[in-house]
Design a protein around this ligand. Structure first.
Ligand SMILES: Nc1ncnc2c1ncn2[C@@H]1O[C@H](COP(=O)(O)OP(=O)(O)OP(=O)(O)O)[C@@H](O)[C@H]1O
Ligand SMILES: [Mg+2]
Length: 395
């Protein structure tokens, strides 16, 4: 079965009433662990079919938020909805959420087929209110004996095919590479046709190259199936490159929600500007309106911006917003902010060169695109930095 056939099947099963998509609403969610406030008034509205990332430093509450949505953690207060349904009192196995963990949590003594079949068995047993765990193993054993329900076997094989894992069906998961194990974990979550896919740091155990290719795989599958996905990560590049929207969390609170491009170009605080990409940050001492511009003054600098600015704050300038020129280049100071500087460090990074430049008493980071054959400016070179007023933000 091809991906598009799979997608077609999802759509048709959706029409038949199977829930394969769901919005998620988190309303004033609070969670305390023995006096420690892990979540403080978290509000999220995740649209049906959206790829939504929870991003933030270690301990900020990402996993706790996700575990509350999945039902593994009971909120101290607040309401969680999947679709229209309030799910606070619904147990995890009835919430129709598929979960993928950082550790994969696969059964090493089972082969790939059995790992994927396991969650389907659990789901079906739950649906039939069969509690005896023995029953699960009996069914798995039955499959080995050729007596697993044909429908179930077909479903598992479809997922394995879809995840390009068919050749490994009979292999123990302990005999797979990290990327293959991650695909099994994803297959195991998807086979249940969940309304929502929850992924907690699913790529952090993979090496960098594999992480990049798995990003693409996950994103493609998510778009292909149109499944609402919440993806937890502390890696800003991962969140920004994969998600439709990102919620940045810190200290148990959601600090800003937006599309990656909005977070990058309009961070609401220095914390966001620093967490989402690299920023030059300078303290503001005064701001004065002069004609079409505001003149921002701080220690050793005066910069004009054409953005409306508040009284005080922090100047944010992204490294790629600073142009670097030779010291003798003629430039019009009416149109640009011009600073004289000296290169401290040059680092060649392939498509760009990152310079650290001493200018106006500060060390500024400047990213210059690099075309092959160009020479790289050496430390000690005198330069002129030019910044458009449009690129100077105060937050
Ligand atoms: N079961 C628990 N008992 C007590 N405190 C907990 C428990 N689970 C989480 N916490 C605390 O709640 C806060 C949020 O934890 P959480 O696991 O949600 O963070 P996180 O953002 O997922 O971090 P990481 O990126 O390190 O996984 C932390 O201060 C953590 O120590
Ligand atoms: Mg976590």
């Amino acid at each position: 079965m091809t991906r598009s056939e799979m997608n077609g099947k999802r759509n048709s099963s959706k029409e038949e009433g199977a829930i394969f998509m769901g919005s998620v609403t988190v309303d004033q969610l609070n969670k305390e662990f023995s006096g420690v406030k892990a979540l403080n008034n978290v509000n999220l509205e995740i649209k049906e079919g959206e790829f939504f990332a929870l991003l933030g430093p270690s301990g900020c509450g990402k996993t706790t938020t996700m575990r509350c949505i999945a039902g593994f953690e009971e909120p101290t207060s607040g309401v969680i909805r999947i679709g229209e349904e309030k799910v606070n009192h619904i147990p995890p196995n009835k919430r129709n959420c598929g979960m993928v963990f950082q550790s994969y949590a696969l059964f090493p003594h089972m082969n790939v087929f059995e790992n994927v079949a396991y969650s389907l068995n659990i789901k079906q047993l739950n649906e039939k209110n069969v509690l005896a765990k023995m029953g699960v193993y009996a069914r798995l054993l039955n499959r080995r004996l050729g007596r697993m329900p044909k429908e179930m076997e077909r479903k598992v094989m479809e997922i394995l095919e879809y995840m390009e894992l068919e050749p490994y069906a009979d292999r123990l998961t302990s005999e797979l590479s990290g990327g293959q194990q991650q695909r099994v974990a994803l297959g195991r979550a998807l086979v249940m046709e969940p309304a929502v896919l929850l992924m907690d740091e699913p790529l952090s155990n993979l090496d960098q190259k594999l992480r990049h290719s798995m990003r693409n795989t996950i994103r493609r599958i998510q778009q292909d199936l149109g499944i609402t996905t919440i993806f937890v990560t502390h890696d800003q590049e991962e969140a920004m490159s994969m998600a439709d929207r990102v919620a940045v969390m810190n200290n148990g609170e959601v600090k800003q929600i937006g599309r990656p491009t909005d977070l990058y170009s309009h961070p609401s605080s220095p914390f966001i500007a620093n967490f989402v990409g690299t920023s030059n940050m300078l303290n503001v001492q005064s701001i004065e309106r002069v004609g079409a511009y505001s003149i921002i003054k701080g220690e050793g600098f005066a910069l004009k911006t054409n953005h409306q600015s508040k009284e005080k704050g922090t100047v944010i300038i992204r490294p790629e917003s600073i142009q670097i020129h030779h010291a003798d280049t003629e430039m019009n100071p009416e149109l640009m902010n011009i600073l004289e500087g000296e290169i401290l460090i040059s680092t060649y990074l392939g498509s760009i060169v990152r310079y650290e430049v001493k200018a106006a008493g500060h060390t500024l980071i400047v990213d210059a695109t690099y075309a092959s054959g160009e020479s790289i400016l050496k430390p000690g070179t005198k330069v002129k930095l030019a910044i458009e007023p449009e690129r100077v933000l105060v937050i």
